[in-house]
Design a binder for this molecule. Structure first.
Ligand code: ADP
Ligand code: ZN
Ligand code: ZN
Length: 746
């Protein structure tokens, strides 16, 4: 028999499978990881196919050297998925297969953690064994410790005697005791407190939603968009669906935007389903990830909660996929191989006969329009659990605030509301979409703005806690530098600091409310492993009255004591140069507002803005998704934006501005040449242009792009294929990336 192996080497020369003989003594299945000879070395690979013969004469074939795992790492349906993704993204199968395994497993970085156990081998005659130890007290003690027949670890035995290892080994050598090893599974969130609980009595809306979806779940079909307002109790709906799927003997995958931000979700599932819940996300250690992956693969876990890449979890017998907060950008992977977890989920659900639920209080324009076209069945929950009122939203016009002489970034109204909130010992959350202290630093005399010399962005001032002088930091590459004493351009001493970020808001709150404890959550405070978890826990336990943060705090958090939510500068995200700016702003405000008043006390939201009349701010403050959708969908249609059109671009990056520019021009010409010679394709292209990318440089690389806008149409594939082929021109000097509807066009 012959195995066709996709070797784990990403290079266009080796994109095709190589054939190897399967030695007689070897059991080989599709999806198995193997080690094979390639040219003058050995490489790992995955068996993609097995046949009885092939074109290459058998005496030319080399045999597989060894099998790497006791079971196929890639299940047949995952192999099919990898093929489909490779085709869609025009990348080698070896690359999409990498998605199916934890990186550490491939590179062998994470070894399994083995624990040794010792147990007695001489039960009937322990006294004789003890006697035989002569003068060694240590060995005698160890035998006594093991006398009860229970296996014990070295750590346990060192409670009887100091440094037992040498003595233990001698006892093993002489046959008095035996040593066995067992793989110890490293489990994330071990220290999480569990309080097993049962489902509450469901609300009428929850029951109605389930009545629609459960029949499909039982039949292994259906794709739903669950639109439920913040606090409508969507999680209980997922839990009920999972419970049913488990009784059917099937498994479930639950995706959350970023698991570090939603330890609560993990806790809910753990409380309900216990250790059958596995967790997969990027902040796990290599060992933890490999172990969780194996638990899933071997069927020891039946519920998987994870971030984007958990959509590739090696689940067999899949019955349900839930994508929580489906509107989140984090479901799009911008790195090769590029994929949209929602699309992958759709494909998996179809192939494996599972039910799919996309869920959000603020569905993406794309998904909601697909629901309107019947691609998803829309299920709505328009009320909060137990008819708790939606929070009351008040807009504050910051222009008037300034006119009234208030130069603080906290409006008079927000200040008053915070005062009342603190007096009642309730909690508040303040949201600002920028971290750092001052968002840019410029010269008052000549207007020069301090920029990163590696990236085309302005630098942000970060203030150390100890009050010493701050540092300017680049949010793209992380480089820091001292703020200048004089303007580097004109030498003037008048340097000004503009804008504000989370640090400045925190300082302002401390100034206004000296007795109130604050806690800040942004990229700066969450670098350490589990930092999110600790910050959120501290806030939950009431160690601070205010949580100040970036969009990190807008995600699905459920804190009963939060009654005030302040949005410091609601329109910040409106200014980004992106057709999705409105959608993002609406989502952020609505989600943030949704954090208020989730328990008995009513919530209030203060939205500070310089554009109170902007339709998306108005709709967000009314928490009226439909109004927003109608308006935005219309704008997309008339402005020819997605989902009516597609953006495709070639992003070109090079350390040499000249090379980047030249490559961009060449690619532009070639793309145009294709269009000129394919009029049917050209017809669907609305625009094509080549220029500098909006951010001209990142990490010292100059950026150019060729940007196409075309009608969304199945027959547009040839243009897209051409573009993605052009991206294969990458080389050391100049990288070219093909992006289809990228999550940002920066
Ligand atoms: P959403 O994700 O829709 O914003 P959650 O799932 O976080 O809402 O639920 C909001 C709150 O309501 C949570 O504290 C949850 O425990 C509670 N809850 C949900 N369903 C019920 C129910 N049927 N009875 C009582 N409390 C519920
Ligand atoms: Zn100057
Ligand atoms: Zn930089």
């Amino acid at each position: 028999m012959i195995a066709h192996v996709i070797v784990d080497v990403i290079h266009s020369n080796v994109a095709k499978p190589f054939s190897y003989l399967i030695p007689k003594s070897m059991q080989v299945e599709m999806g198995l990881r193997v080690n094979v000879p390639l040219a003058h070395r050995y490489v790992d690979g995955i068996v993609a196919d097995i046949t009885e013969d092939c074109d290459v004469p058998a005496d030319k074939l080399k045999p597989i050297r060894k099998v790497l795992d006791p079971y196929p790492a890639v299940l047949p349906h995952m192999m099919a998925l990898a093929r489909e993704l490779a085709e869609e993204d025009h990348c080698p199968l070896a690359e999409t297969l990498r998605l199916m395994l934890p990186a550490a497993m491939r590179t062998g970085r994470a070894r399994s953690k083995e624990v040794s156990y010792f147990h007695i081998a001489v039960t009937p005659d322990i006294e004789r064994a003890v006697e035989a130890q002569g003068r060694s007290q240590k060995r005698k003690m160890l035998l006594r410790a093991l006398q009860d027949g229970e296996p014990k670890t070295t750590a346990e035995l060192s409670q009887w005697v100091n440094a037992p290892l040498e003595a233990l080994n001698k006892l093993v050598r002489e046959g008095f005791i035996q040593k066995t090893s067992q793989q110890q599974m490293r489990r994330p969130y071990q220290d999480m407190e569990l309080t097993p609980n049962e489902a509450p009595v469901l609300t009428e809306e929850q029951n109605q939603a389930l009545a629609v979806m459960l029949p499909d779940l039982r039949k292994g079909k259906g794709a739903y968009l669950l639109h439920g307002v913040t606090g409508s109790g969507k999680t209980e709906v997922y839990l009920a669906m999972v419970e049913t799927v488990l009784t059917m003997g099937k498994n479930a995958v639950i995706l959350v935007p970023e698991i570090a931000l939603t330890p609560q979700m993990v806790q809910w599932f753990r409380n309900r389903f216990g250790p059958r819940t596995a967790v997969l996300h990027s902040r796990l250690s290599d060992g933890e990830r490999v172990d969780e992956w194996q638990r899933i693969r071997l069927g020891d876990a039946s519920v998987v909660i994870g971030a984007r890449s958990a959509i590739f979890a090696p689940v067999e017998n899949l019955g349900l996929i839930v994508i929580d907060e489906e509107h989140e950008q984090s479901y799009l992977s911008d790195r090769h191989p590029r994929y949209d977890a929602r699309k992958v989920a759709r494909s998996r659900a179809r192939r494996e006969s599972a039910t799919l639920i996309l869920s959000s209080a603020t569905p993406s324009i794309l998904s909601f329009s697909q629901a309107q076209n019947g691609e998803y069945t829309l299920v709505e929950m328009m009320n909060r659990v137990h008819n708790r009122p939606m929070p009351e939203v008040t807009l504050v016009d910051m222009r008037k605030e300034l006119a009234a002489g208030n130069r603080s970034m906290i409006s008079a109204l927000l200040r008053q509301k915070l005062n009342e909130c603190f007096a009642k010992e309730q909690q508040a959350m303040l949201f600002i979409n920028r971290r750092g202290y001052h968002t840019f630093v410029s010269c008052r005399n000549c207007g020069y703005v301090m920029r990163c010399d590696q990236c085309d962005v302005s630098l942000t001032l970060h203030q150390p806690k100890d009050g010493s002088r701050g540092l300017l930091r680049c949010h793209f590459c992380g480089k820091t530098e001292k703020p200048p004493d004089v303007c580097p351009s004109c030498g003037s001493k008048y340097i000004r600091y503009f804008g504000c970020g989370t640090q400045k808001v925190e300082e302002e709150i401390r100034r206004l409310f000296p007795n109130v404890k604050t806690i800040r959550m942004d990229n700066d405070t969450t670098q350490k492993k589990d930092a999110h978890y600790h910050i959120l826990n501290a806030f939950r336990e009431g160690k601070a009255q205010v949580l100040i943060g970036t969009q990190m705090i807008a995600k699905g958090l459920d804190y009963p004591r939060v009654t005030i939510v302040g949005i410091i500068a609601a329109d910040l995200s409106l200014f980004i140069q992106d057709y999705r700016a409105q959608e993002r702003t609406f989502q952020l405000i609505t989600q943030m507002a949704g954090r208020a008043g989730r328990a008995a006390d009513n919530g209030e939201v203060i939205v500070q803005t310089y554009k109170p009349e902007h339709p998306c701010i108005v709709a967000a403050s009314a928490q009226d998704y439909r109004a927003f959708f109608t308006e935005e969908y219309d704008r997309r249609r008339t402005g020819l934006y997605p989902p009516f059109t597609l953006f495709a671009r070639l992003l070109i990056e090079s350390a040499s501005a000249e090379t980047a520019k030249r490559t961009c021009e060449t690619l532009f010409e070639e793309a145009n040449l294709f269009l000129e010679t394919h009029p049917a394709q050209k017809k669907r292209v609305l625009s094509i242009r080549a220029d500098e990318a909006p951010i001209k440089m990142i990490r010292g690389k100059y950026r150019y792009h060729v940007l196409l806008k075309l009608f969304e149409h199945a027959d547009s594939k040839p243009v897209l294929d051409t573009l993605s082929d052009l991206a294969l021109r990458s080389d050391e000097q100049c990288q070219v990336y093909y992006e289809l509807n990228p999550s940002t066009l920066l």
